[in-house]
Design a protein around this ligand. Sequence first.
Ligand SMILES: [Zn+2]
Length: 273
Amino acid sequence: MKLLIILCISTFSFNHVFATETGEEFIYPGGVYVKEISFDQFQNGFHYLDMKVPTLKKNNSYYLLFGIPKDIDLDTRNFNLKNGDEDYVITLNLKKKSFGKQYINISKKFTEPTPDALDRIIRERNILNLARNKWVSSDIDTNFILPVIGQISGVFGTERFYNNKKGNYHNGVDFAASIGTNIVAPSSGKVLLTGDFFYNGKFVYMDHGMNLKSIFIHMNTITVEKGDFVNKGDVIGHVGNTGKSTGPHLHWSVTLNSVYVDPMIFVNNTIIH
Ligand SMILES: [Zn+2]
């Protein structure tokens, strides 16, 4: 899992008009595809690369929410899913989206970890991978609120260079805020894991239902525990500067079918009409 940093760059527009099943708004790498499905298909469930694809019911209709991988080749047309045991192919015309670059200076302890730190990083990655395969069968509320009040200081998808060396792309959104600022659940869900890891610092990992997940990292304090069910707006902890962080902020990532997507797609949007 990847980790992040504060940078006072970019602004963000809240003027999304969400894609309906026929819409094209978010059909790009790191975006979301919404498709109406039948009740039987809903019952059978969907998987992509062995990961659960979120489905939900709204107004007596059923939908799947497919997270489009950020690093996918733009020429990719077909995504091969499973609906129960049957093949189910999604065909998309991916749009190109520009994400920009960020250059960050950070302690070498993160870019050149010691052997002991590497052992820890691997151990912690395995723990996160185990939690990644867990999800909760419950209704999804896809109309998210912001998890914190703060200036957006890093957007999803930027190419990142740490000490001038290319690292992973930024897989979430950063909010600059003072240490101690409340962090709330953007939607209801179950806490899958909390911890204090080398890169993440203090973090909360939660499932909003059916494998739509959020992770909140670099926290100062955590006020929930593994197994807790939290409602939208409940405080889950406070902003900090722990782990691979260069200043007080919250980093928030969202995954669908274990694919990172832009969290802001879900904020102040009605995903399905
Ligand atoms: Zn970040």
